[in-house]
Structures are given as C-alpha cells and as structure tokens.
Design a protein around this ligand. Structure first.
Ligand SMILES: [Zn+2]
Ligand SMILES: [Zn+2]
Length: 322
C-alpha cells in the first residue's frame, strides 16, 4: 500500500519482490502496526520526497539474507522499528545517541516500510522477538519503544501523567504499573470510553485533559499531537517536574506565562530510538506482562485503519495483516 502523494489515499500496487543488498534482509511481513507517525507521513505533516510504503512496526519472518549479514537466518522471526539505518560515524552515532544521527533512514518514511507483503531492512536494525502472536507484538516496535523512551525520559518519579491514551499509552501504563508507579491518564474531554480503557490498563486516575488530577504529578508525557497540551501539562507537574513530548509532530504550542516553566520545570522532546532502547524494551515487555490490545485490518484496508486512527475511533492499536 503506497503513499504516492501527501494527503492522498494509499494505493494498492503490485511490485516485484525486492532482493536484499549487502547487509540487508528480505522479510515476509506477517503484521505491521499503524502508528500516528504514519498519519503524519501520509497526511504530509512531515516533509518528504517521493512515494513511500509506510509502516514501521513490522513483524515478519526472514526470507532471504544478503551478503555480510550476521546473526540472522531464513526462518527467524524479527521486528523492525522506525530507526532503519544510521551512518555510524557522525558525532551522535559515536556518542551513543544514534537516535539523533545526522544521516539516518527511517522505516516507512525515508525507506519503504511494512504496509506490504515483503520488506527490505538493514539487518543491524532488526530485532529477534520473544513469544507472542505477530499482531500483538507489532505495536511494541514503535508505540512500545517510543513510549519506553518517553517513560525513561520522564525520570524516576512515582506520579506520571499521560496525555493521549492510544497505543503508546496503553503499553507504557502497563510497564509503569509493573515498576510500581501511578499513571494519571488524560483523554479528550468527555471521552469516557478512553478513560475506562485507561483504568482497565492500570491507570489510577483517568479524566479529561481539562481536568486537574487529584495530586500534583512528578512528570507528564504528551502523546497527543496537540501543542495546547504543553502549558496544560506544565500546570499539573510539581516543582522540578518534567513534561515530555513523545510525538514527532505537534500543532503549535500557544504562548504561556513563564511562571508555568519556572521552579525548574523542564520541557523536553523525544526523537526516534536507539537500538539499545529496542533491546531493553523488548526484554522488559514480556517480563512486565504487557498485553497489547489490537484491532486487525487486512492490508488492503490500510486507508480505513488510518482513518480510524485519525478520527480517534480506535481503542489500543491498529495492525495490518497482509
Ligand atoms: Zn550518524
Ligand atoms: Zn511510530
């Protein structure tokens, strides 16, 4: 399913199965999650060049291995995340911050992704997966990973707010509970179904983003792409608290009085992931007993899945099955 032009529906195309080059593998896709970033790619919120096959939460089986690939063999199940390639020599790569690489490739954005029967991936950015069903594992590869990086960035505090209770939030709430923390979930005002879903995942409190939580929070994570939530979140964190923006794109942040940031509150963003994040989180998810809630769509119905995500009709994560 190809995004030919920004802001146009995806189109089903028949293509030759690609062959892996040096250091690459060919994967037969068994499931690919639908992430909010896919919406930003397809809708044209992110700058792009030319057509692309979206999808960066790929679960599949190695079908063919290119020259020079080590540690992967045909028949192995792997996961492919958003970070699809890094240069290996820029200051960020050398400084263990490859998420900020100067010359990266992103799966389903600057290289073709998993809304397809097959995908080519850089073998160094593929990860063996633990037990579980293909579709249930797919959301771990971005919602889980970016959620995990956001949660780590939120610090060690106990009381954590989450704005936007979608795929990432439902995974990371389970991890935070396992760590002994308390999650306070904020949804669109009046979205009682999302609030009930948040409580079912282990949130100790759930309410609208226009409501005050029952106590001041140590940190807050914003997954919703809504800049107006930034000053709102700054108001509910304690002195020294941190607000983490977990998305790749957000509407403009309205101006706000300096007193909301004062007292050493911090406002930070998360960009991409490192392979270390992937290894750490894929190890933690089964130990934390993470259970994802997914809605399956046949691959040809990718446009429907994207529309359901855009309109907030999903509970949990959408996953495409080729
Ligand atoms: Zn680099
Ligand atoms: Zn994503």
């Amino acid at each position: 399913m190809v995004s030919r032009q920004p802001a146009e529906a995806l189109v089903l195309e028949e293509r030759e199965t690609p062959r892996p080059g040096s250091g690459e593998i060919l994967i037969r896709v068994s499931a690919c999650g639908v992430c909010r970033t896919d919406l930003h790619v397809v809708d044209g919120d992110l700058p792009r060049v030319g057509p692309v096959i979206p999808g960066h939460e790929i679960v599949g089986v190695v079908e063919e291995v290119g020259p020079g690939v080590e540690g992967l063999a045909p028949g192995m199940r792997v996961g492919v995340p958003w970070l699809g390639h890094t240069c290996g020599h820029c200051p960020y790569c050398r400084g263990a911050r490859e998420n900020l690489c100067d010359d990266p490739l992103f799966t389903g954005y600057t290289r073709d992704g998993g809304y397809a029967s097959h995908a080519i991936a850089d073998a160094r950015f593929c990860f063996p997966l633990g037990p579980g069903e293909d579709a249930a594992l797919a959301p771990l590869l971005c919602a889980g990973l970016i959620g995990w990086r956001s949660l780590r960035m939120a610090g060690e505090g106990r009381a954590i707010g989450i704005y936007g209770f979608g795929a990432a939030a439902h995974i990371i709430t389970q991890v935070a509970r396992w760590q002994g923390r308390d999650i306070f979930a904020f949804t669109r005002p009046g979205d009682l179904a999302a609030q009930a879903f948040a409580r079912a995942q282990g949130a100790v409190w759930a309410g609208g983003s226009d409501e005050a939580p029952p106590e001041a929070l140590d940190a807050a994570i914003i997954f919703a792409p809504v800049g107006a939530l930034v000053p709102i979140a700054l108001q509910v964190v304690k002195k020294g608290g941190r607000v983490v923006c977990g998305g790749i794109h957000m509407s403009d942040i309205p101006s706000f009085p300096y007193r909301l940031l004062w007292e050493e509150r911090q406002l930070v963003s998360i960009a991409n992931l490192t392979r270390e994040d992937a290894r750490a989180f894929l190890d933690i998810a089964p130990r934390a007993g993470v259970v994802t809630q997914v809605t399956r769509y046949p691959l040809e119905r990718a446009n429907e899945a994207l529309a359901d995500l855009r309109e907030g009709r999903l509970t949990g994560a959408a996953v495409l099955i080729p």
